[in-house]
Design a protein around this ligand. Structure first.
Ligand SMILES: Cc1cc2nc3c(=O)[nH]c(=O)nc-3n(C[C@H](O)[C@H](O)[C@H](O)COP(=O)(O)OP(=O)(O)OC[C@H]3O[C@@H](n4cnc5c(N)ncnc54)[C@H](O)[C@@H]3O)c2cc1C
Length: 402
């Protein structure tokens, strides 16, 4: 038996013994049943906490991070086996986390030893939930136009300003935040700060969306004191870290993340038998030939895309992490997810237009909300237009007309 086969057998046995029954229901990406951890986590199902604690104890919430920072220390091949075995038992993610998807990888690359030891293990264990303080009113696509100011006060920075669209800021414990530390330069005047959302002067106000959810906030900072040790990398050197983090964010979004809000509660084209009834079934096939052909084309595209994402992930793990090419994938991922939810709602007919009430199945309501939520896919993590600009400039090497 090869080492990898032995690892697979061990992993399978461990998961069989340790993954609680209620955590084997497949990916259900609604807010109530997803595990985000953090100081304010509400454990409506205690098995969720048990699942997180067991996975975190093995470092398997961040399988490839080094063991010294709480990670699993697995090779890429082992991590892939773990992923396959988790999928095999339809395990729910033990932890959804901006810390794992975005912040951790840049801390590993840019943070000092003290910062790594302070933050990475707490991310792995799901003790601290992070939010992303990038966008501001007037600084979204033109992110480097940000104006939130951090002034040097000797032993600390004094932060004043406003962020917007800060996902889950009202539930997060800490924020990774871009601040201006030099007003004379644009990109070279930005720094990357970490601070506690419980600090005096931080206020998060939720924004309600068309999907009915309030996943993000306006976030205000008034004279927030941030210890100097919380600066990551060099003063005024935050732009490089910010861009790197965006590459990780786009890579994660492309792998199906969409910030945890893109799912359809397990109700997908793959599971759309109920939709067949609405669309008119012809011996198990959708009777509407046009719809059938479009669903078929979509499934082929989605499958080819999933394989491309996997190849890009493997390449990025072999090399130096994700590249500007993640913009290609993020652009395509947004379109595919929007097409998917559009087709779902179309296939459901009038059942796809419910908002609440007994006449709709929970999955049908989830599909409608996912369709509305997907509208944001071509905006979050950089808009489709901006990603196409990145592709033109950094991948194709074309001239910058901006
Ligand atoms: C679901 C969701 C979650 C989010 N979560 C977070 C978060 O946690 N933290 C955070 O900081 N931000 C978050 N954002 C904000 C997101 O990063 C911004 O909305 C995005 O970067 C676009 O910025 P903007 O909204 O200011 O739009 P603008 O930059 O004002 O863009 C408006 C329009 O102009 C187009 N445009 C702008 N510049 C160009 C150009 N140079 N060339 C071509 N077209 C252009 C854009 O494509 C867009 O269509 C989130 C957004 C969404 C939708």
């Amino acid at each position: 038996m090869s080492d990898l086969e032995a690892f697979r057998a061990e992993t399978r046995a461990w998961l069989e013994a340790n993954c609680p029954a209620s955590m084997r229901a497949g990916v259900v990406m609604d807010e109530d049943s997803s595990i985000w951890g953090g100081r304010r986590a509400k454990w409506s199902n205690p098995e969720g906490k048990l699942w997180l604690d067991r996975m975190a104890a093995k470092g398997w919430t961040a399988p490839t991070w080094p063991k010294e920072y709480g990670g699993g220390g697995l090779s890429n091949a082992e991590a892939r086996v773990l992923q396959q075995e988790l999928a095999h038992i339809r395990a729910r993610p033990a932890l959804m986390s901006f810390g794992i998807w975005m912040l951790g990888p840049v801390l590993l690359e840019y943070a000092n030893e003290e910062q790594k030891k302070e933050h990475l293990p707490r991310i792995v264990r799901g003790e601290i939930r992070w939010c992303q303080g990038y966008s501001e009113p007037g600084a979204g696509s033109d992110l480097a136009g940000l104006r939130t100011q951090a002034i040097d006060k000797g032993d600390h920075y004094l932060v004043n300003g406003q962020k917007v669209w800060t996902s889950y800021a009202d539930q997060a414990d800490w924020i990774f935040c871009l601040v201006r530390t030099d007003n004379s330069k644009k990109h070279e005047g930005i720094s990357f700060l970490l601070f506690d959302m419980a600090s005096p002067g931080v206020e998060a106000r939720p924004i309600k969306l068309i999907s009915g959810a309030s996943p993000f906030c306006e976030t205000f900072f008034s004279d927030v004191k941030v210890p100097k040790k919380n600066l990551v990398g060099k003063l005024n050197g935050g732009w490089d870290i910010a861009k790197r983090l965006l590459q990780y964010e786009r890579q994660n979004i492309s792998a199906g993340g969409f910030g945890g809000g893109g799912g359809t509660g397990g109700y997908d084209i793959e599971h759309a038998h109920a939709a067949l009834e609405h669309a008119g079934s012809d011996e198990g096939r959708i009777a509407d030939r046009d719809l059938r052909a479009r669903i078929c084309a979509h499934k082929m595209e989605a499958r080819a895309f999933a394989l491309t994402v996997r190849r890009a992930e493997e390449e990025s793990k072999q090399g130096k992490g994700p590249s500007a090419a993640t913009s290609i994938i993020k652009y395509a991922a947004a379109k595919i997810n929007q097409d998917r939810t559009e087709l779902m709602v179309e296939a459901l007919g009038t059942q796809g237009l419910g908002w609440e009430g007994q006449s709709f199945k929970p999955g049908e309501l989830a599909a409608t909300r996912a369709w509305l939520r997907a509208k944001g896919n071509s905006i979050e993590g950089g808009t489709s237009e901006v990603n196409l600009n990145v592709v033109s400039k950094r991948v194709l090497g074309l001239m910058d007309h901006q």
